[in-house]
Design a protein around this ligand. Structure first.
Ligand SMILES: [Zn+2]
Ligand SMILES: [Zn+2]
Length: 145
C-alpha cells in the first residue's frame, strides 16, 4: 500500500487507539473501510435536512487511493472542520498529518476537567471508527452525486 502523496510504502501504526496505515515520510494516515454493526452506523444517518450542511466542497485531487489507484476527492466535513480525502469506491479516507491531533484538541477544549480529556480521546476513536464504515462512506459519496 503506497502513500497517495509520496508513493512510499505505508506502515501499520496506532494513532489514538485507532489502527491506521501511516506514511513514514509525510505522516499522513489512511483509514481503510471497515464494516460495523448496523446499530452503531445508524448514529450517523444524515437525513434529508443534513444534506449540504455537514459536508462541503468535494474537489478532485491528484492523490491516488492506496487500494485501487483511483483519484481521491477532497472534502470538508463540517463536524470539527475536518478535511479529508475520500475514495469514491469506498475503500477509505486519507487524513493529513496531525489533522487527527487538531480535532482531538478541539474535542478536549469542549471538555471541562482533566478527567474528561480521556473521554475526548475515546470519542475521537469512536468517531473515526464510525466514519470508516462502508455505509457511512457510501452516504458521503452519495452527497456528491
Ligand atoms: Zn506520504
Ligand atoms: Zn479506492
Amino acid at each position: 500500500m503506497k502513500c497517495p502523496r509520496c508513493n512510499v510504502d505505508l506502515q501499520p501504526a496506532i494513532r489514538h487507539k485507532i489502527k491506521v496505515n501511516a506514511c513514514p515520510s509525510c505522516k499522513g494516515m489512511w483509514f481503510d473501510c471497515q464494516e460495523l454493526e448496523q446499530l452503531e452506523d445508524e448514529v450517523f444517518d444524515f437525513g434529508e435536512h443534513a444534506k449540504g450542511t455537514l459536508v462541503t466542497s468535494a474537489v478532485p485531487t491528484s492523490d491516488k487511493c492506496p487500494e485501487c489507484g483511483a483519484f481521491l476527492n477532497r472534502f470538508r466535513y463540517r463536524f470539527y472542520d475536518l478535511e479529508m480525502e475520500l475514495c469514491d469506491r469506498q475503500h477509505g479516507f486519507w487524513l493529513e498529518a496531525d489533522e487527527d491531533d487538531r480535532v482531538l484538541e478541539l474535542m478536549k477544549h469542549e471538555e471541562v476537567d482533566l478527567q474528561r480529556k480521556l473521554i475526548a480521546e475515546d470519542r475521537w476513536a469512536a468517531t473515526l471508527k464510525r466514519m470508516r464504515s462502508g455505509s457511512f462512506l457510501g452516504k458521503l459519496r452519495d452527497l456528491f452525486r
